[in-house]
Design a protein around this ligand. Structure first.
Ligand code: GDP
Ligand code: MG
Length: 692
């Protein structure tokens, strides 16, 4: 086999909502391609993909895994992806670099909100897809209903290519509508079958579905359309060509069926993966930029172009070290070369190249455009970075990470472990750009943000298992602010005479409220040098310092104007220091007279929920003091736009999850500060008193 035949590479993701059977299907693919000698089972914890402790415990894929295998003379790089909403960001990163996708539709539950989200990303990244209706062996399996659901909720034009023979416990095999042959399986997980002519009893339905298939492929290709209109019959090659054309252009989505755990229909699916999904050549030219400029640079999917690749995943293992997974867009890469990371503007040495098979790594000598490989022990490279030829650099636009939806304060369980926690977190963030750690200057807390509560919990478990760093997650403190409702004119006088040189500073200031969002304004109206010029900045500084701790909850004071209009000084005792203290004293005194009030952060939220949950979700928002500002209907779901106080949505992610049975999604971002209603203020002040 020629390793460099890029036309014979297929890079594909197996995608769908959680539990549809993605991992089981990949297991079946690995078994059928001879990569494993036993069919791995998710339920028994013997899957070669879900091998992390956190995954086995939850019986669910939390992190994409890459598997290389061969099907006839085709190189397949298959990525098993997460389908739980908290981990979809990993799926999105993979789709960015993949050629095609197999979307699994459950014969029992059809598609779910997560599948829809993934489907839309496939549109964005122009990833052609085929569908596999899985679990045909399970009770309540209904093939046509699943196909119908796919059309209704995803807006797909589904074209059936394999039709099930029977369903549930009577599921016996599949009929291939291109070849018009039936495969009856032995049901012993070996994937063995007898191929026979389509039985009489299934002929009518098979012909009906084949007619739809023929119409669809005719529409995908002008030449075929002509043939179709002339009434000519299509050869097998014609149908396959039309299927490929229609899939690549997205005119329709071919649908296959079977059972992953029973190993039915999997080989057929692989034949069509090869036939319908694109090779890296079909994906065409990749456009990037010359680093540091906006000058476009093109890279052809050819081994002869300069080397370029994009990192879509980083795996840190405390024992094996760091593994960087990348998709080569152009050129060739051999072990022992030095390449450039334009994002970090640093060189990296590539010591070895690996082909990934679940957690196993097989060393290879060389990789070429189109390949997906792993390299160990890179120093600075993180997920999303480009790697390229030293002499001919290019940088591909990194994916903008999804916005975090939940934040928790983080604390080392044992004092003194902070360093360990910090380095561990750095490693986790290298792997996963949607995980962010910030230090809140106001509340002095370390804050961990991510895509949902489970995302953060898993991060904490990984932190402990991989880096021995034990942390506690706490609800973050709300960064309240304080402001005033009235004006006041006050004096601040600082005078100290205790032998030797004394201290003297004296100011009169007027403090006034400003509109929301104005911050702080200092106005100098001193006349006649009563406060000498050189001390005025010190007064300003003293006020700024006093503003950091308001009188109510020691929060930052905002939206005030302070005018310095009078004062006095002493020729010997006055100093910058004395005027700073005077300014600070004056401001604190003024605050007491200016009717201080609390401000709270308000978040703008967009919540996507299925129609049947609308009422519950809006009712719940009202009980959280939220204002619904708009509702946008979508196909079978609604986007609710609302403004809600941050204090009320600190744990919104798990609560929306339970309200909608994990079918809801949301984003939120800070938009403004608003005054806390007075009854609420009393509660907050009470809590604040108890804490301090
Ligand atoms: P994923 O979350 O999409 O990766 O789904 P899994 O592969 O982990 O499968 C979820 C559950 O469905 C497991 O209990 C599997 O054993 C079961 N399952 C997957 N495929 C099939 C199938 O074709 N038939 C039946 N009966 N069960 C299946
Ligand atoms: Mg899985």
């Amino acid at each position: 086999m020629d390793k460099h035949d890029t036309t014979k590479v297929r890079n594909l993701g197996i995608v769908a909502h959680n539990g549809a059977g993605k991992t089981s299907l990949v297991e079946a693919i690995l078994f059928n391609t001879g990569m494993t000698d036993k069919l791995g089972k998710v339920d028994l914890g013997t899957s070669s993909m879900d091998f992390e402790e956190e995954e086995i415990k939850r019986k669910s894929t939390l992190s994409a895994s890459l598997n290389h295998c061969l099907w006839h003379d085709y190189n397949l790089n298959i990525v098993d992806t997460p389908g739980v909403s908290n981990f979809l960001h990993d799926t999105r990163r993979c789709l960015r670099i993949l050629g095609g996708a197999v979307v699994i539709v459950s014969a029992i539950s059809g598609t779910k909100a997560q599948t829809k989200r993934i489907w839309e990303w496939c549109d964005t990244f122009e990833v052609p897809r085929i569908a596999f209706v899985n679990k045909m062996d399970k009770e309540r399996a209904d093939f046509l209903k699943a196909v119908d659901d796919m059309e209704k909720s995803l807006g797909a034009r589904a074209v059936v290519v394999t039709q099930p023979i029977g369903a549930e416990e009577n599921f016996k095999g599949i009929i291939d509508l291109v070849r018009m042959k039936a495969r009856f399986y032995t049901f012993d997980e070996t994937g063995k079958f007898d191929e026979v002519d389509v039985p009489e009893e299934y002929m009518k339905e098979a012909l009906r579905l084949r007619e739809q298939l023929i119409e669809a492929v005719a529409e995908a290709d002008d030449e075929l359309m002509e043939k179709y209109l002339e009434g000519e019959t299509f050869s097998q090659e014609d149908v396959l060509r039309g299927l490929r054309e229609g899939t690549l252009t997205g005119v329709f989505t071919p649908v296959f069926c079977g059972s992953a755990t029973e190993n039915i229909g999997v080989r057929q699916l692989l034949d069509y993966v090869v036939a319908c999904l694109p090779s890296p050549i079909d994906k065409g030219i990749q456009v990037g930029f010359k680093p540091g400029t906006d000058q476009p640079v093109e890279r052809r999917p050819s081994p002869d172009d300069p080397f370029s690749a994009m990192v879509f995943k980083t795996i840190n293992d405390p024992y094996a070290g760091k593994l960087t997974l990348m998709r080569l867009y152009s050129g060739t890469l051999t072990a022992d070369t030095v390449v450039l990371n334009p994002n970090k503007d640093e060189k990296e040495r590539i010591s070895h190249l690996f082909m990934m098979e679940g957690k196993k790594q097989t060393p290879i000598e060389v990789a070429a455009a189109g390949a997906i490989i792993a390299v160990p022990k890179l120093k600075v490279t993180a997920t999303g970075d480009t790697l390229c030829d030293l002499k001919d650099p290019v940088m591909f636009e990194p994916l903008v990470p999804l916005k975090p939806v939940i934040s928790f304060a983080l604390e080392a369980r044992t004092k003194g472990d902070e360093d360990k926690v910090y380095t561990g977190l750095q490693r986790l963030m290298e792997e996963d750009p949607t995980l962010t750690v910030t230090r809140d200057d106001e509340t002095k807390e370390m804050v961990l943000s991510g895509m949902g509560q489970i995302h953060l919990e898993v991060a904490v478990e990984r932190l402990k298992r991989k880096y021995g760093a034990d942390v506690i997650l706490k609800e973050p403190k709300v960064p309240y602010r304080e402001t005033i409702r009235a004006s006041a004119q006050v004096q601040g006088k600082y005078k100290k005479q205790s032998g030797g040189r004394g201290q003297y500073g004296d100011v009169w200031i007027e403090v006034k409220p400003l509109p929301r969002g104005s911050g702080y304004e200092f106005v100098d109206k001193v006349v006649g040098g009563v406060v000498p010029r050189n001390y005025i900045p010190a007064v300003d500084k003293g006020i700024i310092e006093a503003m950091k701790t308001g009188p109510l909850t020691k929060s930052q004071v905002v939206d005030v104007q302070v005018t310095l209009y009078d004062g006095s000084h002493h020729s010997v005792d006055s100093s910058e220091m004395a005027f700073k203290v005077a300014g600070s004293m004056a401001f604190k005194k003024a605050m007491e007279q200016c009717k201080p009030v609390l401000l709270e952060p308000i978040m703008a939220m967009e919540i996507t929920v299925p129609d049947d949950c609308m009422g519950d979700v809006i009712g719940d928002l009202n009980s959280r003091r939220g204002k619904v500002v708009g509702v946008e209907p979508q196909a079978s779901s609604q986007i609710i736009k609302a403004e809600v106080p941050m204090a009320e949505v600190l744990r919104y992610a798990p609560e929306l999850r339970s309200m909608t049975s994990d079918r809801g999604m949301f984003t939120m971002e800070f938009i403004k500060y608003e005054e806390v209603p007075s009854h609420q203020t009393a509660k907050i002040l009470e809590e604040y008193k108890q804490e301090s």
